[in-house]
Design a binder for this molecule. Structure first.
Ligand code: 5GP
Ligand code: ZN
Length: 110
């Protein structure tokens, strides 16, 4: 099981921010901003490259819930980041979106 599947299963503790039957949001263990939440599908999808017809509803659901998750963290301006693959810095091979904010972010992303 991957580390995020272990978090979904409750085998690794996390500070949960939002949860429903399809997705989980929890605080990043190594935050880069005052708000840094990781949002994942409960279904194991390796990366953005693994999104297809069969599982895209999880991605849609994540984006439906992002405004609510952000609001619960006290922000309505934020950056959503997905790292896909090693060259992009993906370290956990389970699709996830970083919700980052709570501070004026630099305009540059690379
Ligand atoms: P990536 O670099 O793959 O885009 O992002 C993975 C993120 O997951 C990193 O920001 C890292 O800090 C976070 N992370 C890795 N392991 C854990 C963990 O066990 N718990 C939590 N809460 N975050 C984790
Ligand atoms: Zn997984």
């Amino acid at each position: 099981m991957c580390i995020f599947c272990e978090i979904v299963a409750g085998n690794i503790p996390s500070t949960k921010v939002y949860e429903d039957d399809m997705i989980l949001a929890f605080k990043d263990i190594n935050p880069v901003a005052p708000v840094h939440t990781v949002i994942i599908p409960k279904l194991h999808i390796e990366s953005a490259n693994g999104v297809d017809d069969s599982n895209s509803k999880y991605v849609a659901h994540i984006f439906e819930k992002i405004p609510e998750i952000a609001k619960s963290q006290g922000i309505d301006s934020y950056r959503i980041i997905n790292n896909c693959g090693e060259d992009a810095g993906q370290t956990v091979k389970h699709l996830h979106f970083h919700l980052v904010g709570g501070v004026k972010l630099d305009e540059k992303i690379i």
